[in-house]
Design a protein around this ligand. Structure first.
Ligand SMILES: Cc1cc2nc3c(=O)[nH]c(=O)nc-3n(C[C@H](O)[C@H](O)[C@H](O)COP(=O)(O)O)c2cc1C
Length: 384
């Protein structure tokens, strides 16, 4: 594993295997027994041996590996809606969604969990990015078996491994939406709090439950994240979720208004550049770092950028100061530096184990994939 990593750092390999270093659909998880921050998730592959046992010792079923659901980008930029919901962590094939108190049937006939439903309303209302907290392995399809697994994991202090790592550095405000399991936080939520440092962020909590409200979860989250500002949102009973859209949206909007001043301050500090592709112009906000400042000094800059992996365009010979970090999740519209001279513009979102220095992000990446097309493309970057 380590040998492979060393090998991959060679430029030749980077070009052959990944151009400027992207690797799509790479599932990584933090080791729940080790506290890591979002920029340094440990490799899950080293920890899978006993992990299945953390499910099967409580119920007779076969857990399967979760499919990385990724992140859905919103317009706000600095707001994240992170949710844990049973439906995002189990297979629902064959489950009677209509009669299930834990599921909300959508217009297209698909069913999603209560916490996910609330999270989707909050993300839509606030413009936040929507992020599913996912376990490496699925919970049982059978509800009662899930109760057994959830209760067992809580009692035994099992903290399941998570997948779909995320870089939280750009978020000031996090809505945390989760169900109550066994009168407290579901074990995967404890994993999330262990794996990520929410210091300095405002964390607004929303729960779905059978009637336990917030139970002891606000206190637990505050204890796990002593340097975060933990705010109580609202709690919705599972029997009322279907009728709670207005209430959830209103509570989310009120909280956003309360904490908006800090966000606006951050937004106005950001410098923007224009990115012209064909006859389309996109606006990107630059990071507040040395790399972005040096990049801006080079503008205007026209580059012939090469295609890679169906998710990025890259060009070498753009020498810039670098301070690479493991970014976890890449979002469409991210502009990054790979190594110290490879400029990368991503036009699709995925998880990666590669390290980059962030330069900026296109504020509205709608139409970006069509604009860049399938092959190499000429792109002009200019300061406003
Ligand atoms: C493992 C498990 C344990 C639960 N324990 C509780 C509980 O202690 N108190 C409660 O009010 N509801 C409990 N519930 C009900 C859920 O909190 C409720 O159905 C919630 O709406 C589920 O949200 P979801 O569909 O997004 O997972 C439990 C559900 C499960 C699956």
């Amino acid at each position: 594993m380590k040998l492979i990593k060393v090998f991959l750092t060679g430029i030749l390999t980077a070009v052959l295997l990944s151009g400027c270093g992207s690797q799509s659909n790479n599932t990584i998880s933090s080791n729940a027994s080790t506290s890591v921050d979002s920029s340094s998730p440990a490799s899950a592959e080293e920890n899978t041996g006993d992990e299945i046992e953390n499910y099967t010792r409580y119920a007779d079923y076969t857990p399967v590996k979760a499919e990385d659901a990724g992140i859905t980008s919103g317009s706000a930029g600095n707001i994240l809606v992170a949710y844990f919901s049973r439906s995002s962590n189990t297979s629902l094939d064959g489950v009677d969604a209509v009669s299930s108190a834990s599921l909300q049937v959508q217009e297209d006939g698909t069913a999603i969990g209560n916490a996910r439903q609330m999270a989707e309303w909050i993300a839509d209302e606030t413009g936040g990015d929507l992020y599913p907290i996912q376990t490496m392995y699925t919970y049982p399809m059978d509800y009662d078996q899930t109760v057994d697994v959830g209760e067992g994991q809580d009692k035994d202090g099992v903290h399941p491994l998570l997948v779909n790592p995320i870089d939280l550095s750009s978020y000031d405000m996090i809505y945390l939406v989760y169900p109550i399991w066994h009168y407290t936080l579901p074990a995967p939520m404890v994993s999330f709090l262990e794996d990520y440092d929410l210091s300095g962020k405002t964390v607004c909590c929303f729960t779905a439950s059978g009637g336990s409200g917030f139970a002891d979860t606000i206190e637990k989250i505050q204890k796990a994240e002593p340097d975060a500002d933990i705010v109580e949102g609202i709690t919705v009973s599972q029997s009322s979720v279907a009728d709670a859209e207005a209430e959830v949206r209103s509570a989310a909007a009120d909280l956003q208004t309360s904490y908006a001043p800090a966000q606006e301050e951050n937004m106005t500090e950001k410098q923007t550049i224009q990115i012209q592709i064909g006859n389309q112009t996109f606006t990107a906000e630059l990071e507040d770092n040395e790399t972005a400042a040096a990049f801006r000094e080079k503008l205007p800059l026209t580059l012939q950028m090469q295609e890679l992996n169906g998710n990025e365009k890259y060009a070498y010979d753009v020498s810039l100061p670098s301070d690479a970090e493991s970014v976890g999740t890449i979002q469409a519209g991210d502009l990054m530096l790979y190594g110290d001279d490879c400029l990368v513009l991503f036009y699709d979102s995925f998880s990666t184990s590669y390290s980059y220095t962030r330069i900026g992000h296109i504020t509205d990446p709608d139409g970006l994939a069509d604009a860049v097309g399938n092959g190499s493309v000429q792109i002009t970057f200019s300061a406003e």
